[in-house]
Design a protein around this ligand. Sequence first.
Ligand code: R2B
Ligand code: URA
Length: 318
Amino acid sequence: MKTVVSKETSRKTSVAAFSVHRRVPVRNEFLAGMDSDFLYHLGFSSSQDLKSMFGDVKFFCCGGSAQRMGEFAQKVANEIGPRGEGELPFGLKPCKIGKTDRYSIFKVGPVLISNHGMGMPSMSILLHEVTKALHYADAKDVTYFRLGSSGGVGVSPGTVLLTTEGMNGLVEPHYSLPILGKMVHRPAILDVSLAESIVTAAKKRLQDVKVEMGKTMGADCFYEGQGRLDGALCAYNEDDKMQFLRLLNKRGIRNIEMEATMFAAFTHELNIRAAVACVTLLNRLEGDQVLATPEELEEWDERPGDVVLAYIKEELGL
Ligand code: R2B
Ligand code: URA
């Protein structure tokens, strides 16, 4: 099988750097020739008035669980809702949009919110369809965020990690996908200056949350792919596992989850500003099982959203 490395990115970056307002991009010449594009998993189509539904979106936040993202939508509504004399020029009541059997999508003013399920294939479907919806809606200057959970690598549980770069399970800085029988590798690059701005906003507005930056490994498996000893299958020992986790730590990887690499590669390929904020539920150098109490987990699960919301509020001048 031939290996193909994507070469589109550097050219696109330099072109985009000079444009003032930037429509959410797609790069597929076939889309323009379609009479109507049905976004099957979201349950709406380009024939609908997507501009009035999504034209004002500026921030797209996604995370694994539908319930958690629904709660986040409510928090966004509470925090960016009408205050003082002025009202934001957006609708503010979170309600689900479209089909909800696969993904639950909410819109709160300029913030579009969705769950993405677990793993990169599920993330990929959502990103393709949401990006097309925002493109058809003529939404401009939209920043994408993944809010998630992860296993820390030498990081204390409860810390929120802002990803600087995604790594795959082979500890390489790209996302690989077989396309038409050939392996295509796309660099899993994120906007580090955006990550820094999020850290700054979080440090300014949230006193009790520890926020750090580092590389993230996006694995295709929670168990063997993350070097756990507690899956139903395991053909290595504790020493092999620790050697691997120490190697990750030495290469600057601070957490492991299951979507960042695809998310980074997709957004980088389309030159969409994007960030990944994941809380660590455990330190993998100390174990495999997530043994935090339900109360701790509930509190920690809110932290990535709080961190990103701190940034959004700075951007909105609230
Ligand atoms: C973090 O948590 C999930 C697995 O438990 C997965 O979606 C991820 O990236
Ligand atoms: N999610 C993961 O993918 N890995 C962990 O260790 C914890 C949460």
